[in-house]
Design a protein around this ligand. Structure first.
Ligand code: NIG
Ligand code: FE
Length: 432
């Protein structure tokens, strides 16, 4: 048994066990405790279900038992362990409700091509983009993918993300999509972070079906969705509804067939062009329509009426060097619920930090900080249908929170490039 530093700068203990070593390593740091008391909290900022809005409490204490928040008040019961928060800020752990982490290698060569002026879509047309990651994933063993995904989850947790939605979608055949979902499940079972799986066989048309995309849609409906439902890991079904990927009819077919099999629809909508995919999300009662950079007033009206959450991903606009941010103000004025997420993926957005996404939302979409925090916690939990368990600091909820080395929430986006986090608490366990 020796010691080393992992890529993340986290001290890990090297065990001589070969299998899934990295998974055991990260957990060594957790201080497992049955009850915990947080005192001397300067400010607690969180969604409050009783008032249906954000709330700031000052000079407050929190009691946690068995991973659940049991008390919030001026003086709570003593516990086995105690953390003095030294007058600092506490927020809920972040919920990242849109990521694509099951890939093998980064695609930095495409990033370099974009710096020379080639667009994301042009790269995809030349066989790069999502398809570039597919060969890797098809050839990778489950173990190789496990290791990559596991160490990515360390990074997410270290910047305060306590629950994360993870999509498959770089396998694009039954075997490799099932393998990707299995990897998500295995990492979820061995890592402190909570992962929620989404099947995204409809991420791109694989090369073998390029001349007959409808045949691939048929494969998704007749073979993949039944296999995914039998496997029982995925909760959601997502489609990249976009010119050059899946059209409205194809997306409708895939999401309806998935819903028949118990998979809740969510949708990549209006990312590069307006196609009416927001209206489709409304028609199908999707839980979320994501991206929406090119949504028009008809689409906004439709999702407002249907109660579809708009998951905005400003990291993608930023990473692609575009200035076309989603129309936050118009969505907000129409009464649409807004969530924020990273869209972490190897192509269009290699960003894993929710605090950075909050900064982008504030700076470029003019979101006020309180709304951005709500969107990155409670609303993203709602888009995963988990708002009764996570997304806010309330009695009865899972104790997922961030203790900052900051006093005020405006300091979160103000510290654009560093995240002064003192502790992450996940299900009542101290991670750092
Ligand atoms: O959300 N839009 C579709 N999928 C990703 C891109 C994935 C990739 O390029 O690998 C996205 O932007
Ligand atoms: Fe995406």
């Amino acid at each position: 048994m020796g010691y080393r530093y992992s890529d993340d700068g986290i001290i890990v203990v090297r065990l001589s066990i070969e299998i899934y070593a990295e998974s055991l390593l990260f957990l060594q740091l957790n201080l497992i405790m049955s009850s915990l008391q947080l005192t001397n909290i300067g400010q607690l900022v969180s969604y409050n279900s009783k008032i249906s809005g954000m709330e700031t409490l000052e000079k407050i204490q929190i009691a946690i038992d068995d991973g659940i928040i049991t008390e919030i008040g001026n003086k709570v019961n003593d516990a086995d362990r105690h953390i003095d928060c030294k007058g600092k800020l506490i927020t809920p752990g972040f919920v990242d409700s849109h990521t694509h982490p099951v890939f093998l290698n980064g695609r930095e060569d495409e990033f370099a091509m974009r710096l020379k002026g080639t667009t994301y879509k042009e790269i995809a047309t030349k066989g790069g983009g999502i398809i570039n990651s597919v060969n890797d994933v098809r050839n990778a063993s489950q173990r190789e993918l496990f290791d990559r995904v596991f160490s990515r989850m360390n990074r997410f947790l270290s910047v305060g993300t306590t629950t994360i939605e993870c999509k498959s979608g770089y396998g694009l055949n039954t075997e490799s999509e099932i393998k990707s979902l299995k990897v998500i499940d295995e990492v979820n079972n061995s890592h402190k972070i909570d992962m929620v799986a989404t099947f995204m066989g409809a991420h791109a048309i694989p090369v073998e079906f390029i001349d007959d995309p409808d045949e691939y849609v048929k494969l998704i409906c007749d073979e993949m969705l039944p296999a995914v439902a039998r496997q029982g890991i995925a909760k959601f079904n997502d489609v990249f509804c976009e010119n050059g990927y899946f059209n409205i009819e194809q997306a409708r077919m895939i999401l309806s067939e998935g819903a028949n099999k118990g998979l809740v629809p969510r949708l990549h909508a209006e990312e590069f062009e307006n196609s009416g995919s927001a209206e489709l999300a409304a028609e199908l009662g999707a839980v979320s329509a994501d991206h929406l950079m090119n949504v028009n007033d008809v689409g906004i009206e439709a999702i407002a009426e249907a109660g579809v959450i708009a998951t905005l991903l400003p990291g993608t606009t930023f990473f692609l060097g575009s200035s076309n941010y989603a129309p936050y103000k118009r969505l907000e004025n129409a009464g649409v619920n807004i969530a924020l997420a990273t869209d972490y993926n190897p192509g269009s957005c290699y960003i894993h930090s929710m605090p950075f996404i909050i900064a982008l939302a504030c700076i470029f979409m003019k979101m006020d900080v309180m709304s951005a925090l709500k969107a990155a916690t409670f609303m993203s939990a709602k888009s995963l249908q988990l708002e009764d368990k996570i997304g806010s600091i309330e009695v009865g909820k899972q104790a997922d929170m961030v203790i900052w080395d900051l006093e005020r929430i405006v300091q979160i986006p103000y510290n654009v490039s560093n995240h002064p986090i003192r502790n992450v608490i996940k299900s009542g366990e101290l991670i750092f």
